[in-house]
Write a protein that binds this ligand. Sequence first.
Ligand code: SF4
Length: 388
Amino acid sequence: GQCSASCPEQSLQVKSEVELVKVAIRDPEKVVVFSTSPSVRVGLGDAFTDKPGTYVEGKMVAALKALGADYVFDVTFSADLTIIEEGCELLQRILTNSGPLPQFTSCCPAWVKFVETYYPDKLPHISSAKSPIGMQGATIKTYFAAKQGLDPRRIVTVNVTPCTAKKAEIRRPELNDAGELLGCPEMRDNDYVITTKELAQWMREEQVDFESLTDQDFDSLLGKGSGAGVIFGNTGGVMEAALRMAYRSLTGREADGKLLRFEDVRGMKGIKEASVEIGDATIRVAVIYGTANAAKFLEGDISRYHFVEVMTCPGGCISGAGQPQMNCIPVVDPIRVSRIGSMYAEDEKMTLRNSMDNPEIQRVYQEFYQKPLGELSEKLLHTVYHKR
Ligand code: SF4
């Protein structure tokens, strides 16, 4: 059932950013490109159905098209791109001592800000890879714009995310790399972030009938993700995706069953640890959610780890502050577990389970970025952090 009009969840909606997106949609000069984060497809349905965590990818795309999107792309594409860049950075740190270990993930802006504020001495440990939406925006305004013959200043990039912290992330002054490259530094890589909740509210206002929507596919070029990209929204998902990639890179072989269902890094425990043998090396990893757990971890001896994933929200982005509630019931662990399970089930159904096998990723490197950690990749796909 839908939330009733008296639901405080709804009255607290921040409208302004959605209103600006609507203005862009009405402007014939603008090309409005939506990108949806992995967790939106297991959260959006909670606003319209009674089954928590339902996988509603096709209806989500159809809803955005009904609301006026010119293109709908998938952030799972850039989650794969993140894995390639961040995974290569990790291997470089391990193999050539190019930076301190452990390497920490960088895709959660609330975690990055936490380190910038409270543990600035640990900033060199954070991967320089931008978050998936950071990579997506920069790639849309360069590669996609050039392929379509579009002036990138006409493109308005809108990310639909489970995350309220992403609204601030896209406004970080340094995230205008596409504009800098193209000589229009006032252009932002990403223009707007709207949350899953805001999308649900917008759909209600426009009377988009969720149940009767017919599934649609993402647009191509930046519309395809692997299973590894899908599970990014779960705690442990980035780790599992990175290890699949690292295993292939170091051994030349397919990841075995363990890395395709890596139970040690899955589930709702706040700090998880695991080690995996890759060739002759033993890679030690940890997966953490919540800043209290992260602080506890940072106060201990971190030197024995190679790679550490940190997300701020319990269970990962699936329970971000921008995700809807079902019937105004707070998002509790059984709901989180349903969303998490829905993503893992989708990963298992996919034939594409390793970011390196994603044909759209192979193509963007062939046609544009050339190679991971190369000159153009460093310019558009990596960033810097600041002590606050
Ligand atoms: Fe945003 Fe939470 Fe995901 Fe961090 S864990 S990126 S704060 S939704």
